[in-house]
Each structure stands twice: as structure tokens, then as C-alpha cells.
Design a protein around this ligand. Structure first.
Ligand code: ADE
Length: 242
């Protein structure tokens, strides 16, 4: 896979050299391109923003640098990336979307700042490539960079050969998460720590009882923290049983 990230703060992406994503790059599974949007400005101040038409607070990212950046990075006669535009007004980013994006050969992130990017940039890009406006959640970040980092990590760990232990992916797709529930709590040695004991069933060696305990815990935690997921999971499981 190839991933290109365009931003006025390219230094944000130094973190991608670390950990699993860094290993994927070193191992040749991932090619990364990091680009400074200001390289496609032509004035002395390297201006990327202007005041919004219609008035209002804040600034909007000008279309010209974005248009030039996309023209330069996506030649008209070659392959097309999936263009991801992180924005709080996007479709919620979820694990199924991560899995879908992991199938793509090429992802490109357009990271906006201020009040967002002039809407014509996305409208024009849609004539040439698949454009996904995605939100990390119902809160406002200062720009798309942190969201691009999160989406990149969620996608890259799904690429074949990236995870040291691919069993973790198998577990994720068969356990509580498949049922649409949150994960159960996990423990490691020592069995007793600061007066707190690991639930005895986990030391029992009874695989059936361990599985039942974990399923109960997943259901309890989901009911407590994400009742919305529990409802959806029950509906989904009922459909599966039909
Ligand atoms: N940019 C600003 N806030 C964001 C969010 N919640 N998700 C994705 N991109 C954003």
C-alpha cells in the first residue's frame, strides 16, 4: 500500500516512523509520502487560508493550493488514490471502514485546518477519485492530522504481514467485536497484585467457562458504556439466527 499525507504541519507525521507503521515501512509493506501544502502556494507568505464567503468567524482553506497539490500528486493518466478528508462533519470512521480502506492500493489524506477546506476541492476531486470525508468522533480537533494518524494506524495494522501476531486479528474478528460488543477485561501475571486478584475462572483451565465469563463481561461492559451498541448487537444477532 502507498499512503500520502498532505498538511501544513507535516511534522505531525513523524510519529508514523515509530511502532508498527514504522516497521511496515521498513519492511517494504508500506510506502509513505508526506507533503507540505505550502509547497503549492506562490505568494511570499505562503498563504493557504482566507475569510469565508457569507461571513462568520474563522478562516477557510483556499482551493488553489489543494487543487495544485492533488494535480501534482495524482497524474491524470495514472492510478487514482482513495482521497480521505478528515472532518468532524464526515461519516463516522469505524472498523468496517478501516477494513474496506485496507483493501485499497493507495490512500491519500487531505488534512484541513481552520474551519475546513473550500468545498469545491472535494467536489472537483470527486470527478477524478473516490473521496471519503470521515470523522473520528463527535468532537472538534484543530485539524485533520490527528485523525489521519488514527485512521492510518487502524488501516495499516490490517495489512497482511504487519501485525507480529495475526492471531490478534483473528480473535478480533471472531470474539466480542464480531458480535458488536466491547472487549472483556484482560489480565496477566501476577495472579494477585496490590490485594487485587485475577478472576479465578481465568486460572481454572476450563476453556468453556472462560469463554462464557468473557462473553458475560463483554455484554456487561457494553450495556454500561455503550447501550447503543448492545441494541444494535442484539438486532444483528437476531438477524443472524434467522
Ligand atoms: N478534524 C477536526 N475534527 C475532526 C474530527 N472529529 N474527526 C476528523 N477530523 C477532524
Amino acid at each position: 500500500m502507498r499512503i500520502d499525507l498532505i498538511s501544513i504541519f507535516p511534522d505531525y507525521f513523524a510519529a508514523l516512523e515509530l511502532s508498527l507503521v514504522g516497521k511496515a515501512i521498513a519492511g517494504g509493506l508500506l510506502e509513505l509520502g508526506i507533503h507540505d501544502l505550502r509547497d503549492w502556494t506562490h505568494d511570499r507568505h505562503r498563504t493557504v487560508d482566507d475569510t469565508p464567503y457569507g461571513g462568520g468567524a474563522g478562516m477557510v482553506m483556499k482551493p488553489e493550493p489543494w487543487g495544485e497539490a492533488l494535480d501534482a500528486l495524482v497524474p491524470a493518466d495514472g492510478p487514482r488514490p482513495v482521497l480521505i478528508v478528515p472532518t468532524p462533519s464526515g461519516q463516522p470512521f469505524t472498523q468496517p471502514i478501516a477494513a474496506e480502506l485496507a483493501q485499497a492500493e493507495w490512500l491519500m489524506f487531505a488534512c484541513g485546518r481552520y474551519e475546513g477546506i473550500d468545498a469545491r476541492v472535494m467536489e472537483h476531486a470527486r470527478t477524478r477519485m473516490d473521496v471519503r470525508e470521515l470523522s473520528l468522533g463527535d468532537y472538534v480537533l484543530n485539524g485533520g492530522e490527528v485523525a489521519a494518524l488514527a485512521i492510518t494506524e487502524a488501516v495499516v495494522r490490517l495489512l497482511p504481514g504487519v501485525l507480529g501476531n495475526p492471531e490478534s486479528l483473528v480473535e478480533e474478528s471472531h470474539g466480542a467485536e464480531l458480535a458488536g460488543l466491547l472487549e472483556y477485561p484482560v489480565y496477566t501475571k501476577p495472579a494477585s497484585w496490590r490485594g487485587l486478584d485475577v478472576p479465578p475462572v481465568l486460572l481454572s483451565g476450563h476453556h468453556g467457562e472462560v469463554a462464557r465469563w468473557r462473553a458475560e463481561q463483554a455484554r456487561r461492559i457494553t450495556a454500561e458504556r455503550r447501550p447503543d451498541l448492545l441494541k444494535a448487537a442484539e438486532l444483528g444477532n437476531a438477524e443472524l439466527a434467522e
